[in-house]
Ligand binder design. Sequence first.
Ligand code: AMP
Length: 396
Amino acid sequence: MNVFVVNCGSSSLKYQLINIDTEAVIAKGICERIGIDGRLKHKPTGKEEVSKEVAMPDHKSAVSYVLEALTDSSYGVIKDLSEIDAIGHRVVHGGEKFASSVVITDDVIKAIEECNDLAPLHNPANLIGIAACGELMPQVPMVAVFDTAFHQTMPKKAYMYGLAYEYYEEYKIRKYGFHGTSHSFVSKRLIEILGKTGQTSKVIICHLGNGASVTAVQDGRSVDTSMGFTPLDGLIMGTRTGSIDPAVVQYIADKKGYTIDEVMDVLNKKSGVDGLSGVSSDFRDLDEASMAGDEKAILALEMFAYRAAQYIGAYVASMNGVDAIAFTAGIGENDDKVRAAICQYLGYLGITLDEEANKVRGKEAKITTADSKVPVYAIPTNEELAIARETVALVK
Ligand code: AMP
């Protein structure tokens, strides 16, 4: 059974075709600059990557090119579209309507549309991808997998803000949390490694990528997470501030003569380790600059680790303990220096890092010593596989 996994952004579309029986990726790729000009990069497993400049005025044309690439006689991987059995769509925001993945129907599309205000940059793009696939492959069942769904198990005391209650009632302003597919996938794997499936468990997942969040997972359910109403909250990220005093928004607006939109642009795109260091949002560049003695790069890395360690501490308190911690995503899977810097704050939990084991990159490994009171792991995330698994579970 083959699942086509689609992750549609405002001007891009990432895809994978996954054979769910073997969980192997048959092909993957990306359409970029949709609505501008258009570029398709298609990588069939075991064959050379194909890169093409093709006119993509809209997402429907992008999906058509992807389907052509998948069925092409030289670089294709399937004979025809009948070999696609189901489609899994990443959808960013499911609001309070979706606590799990769902088979896409007209009613589901309407309900996703109703969440557009909560994710104005992402949800409309996700819906365009759903419509394009629906038109081109009307017979294939589609499933929506939400970034927010895993966090719908948070208790009210964790997801409410200290705003007057009417803002929640009228506008649904609350913490939603994101990266849910990744936190769900990695926490399941960690609980499996611990041999605690079906038992009580307390784990903390640190998804450290360009976007970054920490989640407390108790008995397999998210009980708190660091991103909030939007993905801007929580950790210091590649280009996002993470949590700051909201009064800063007005102060910058006044000082710079910026509109709220312009200030939000600063907070989302020109801040984080990128804005702090003036070097880059990429931790490989930051590591290099810090080794060369760049003081702002060193500070940005210190702040990143400090904030992550603070969230871990907060979630140990939320759950009154922790059985294990996992690092995942681009930085969490690959950056031993960042993992070590965070673990340095965790001595009070009896955590001792195994420096040799911590050198691991992109592979699953325990990075603490045998006598560490709390084991810490690096666990690669795989959001596409998680989406494919969810899709199959619902359409089978
Ligand atoms: P993601 O958003 O999960 O794709 O993560 C992307 C980020 O991971 C990049 O911006 C880098 O900061 C970081 N990253 C990827 N590979 C490495 C590496 N080998 N060492 C350090 N950081 C890395």
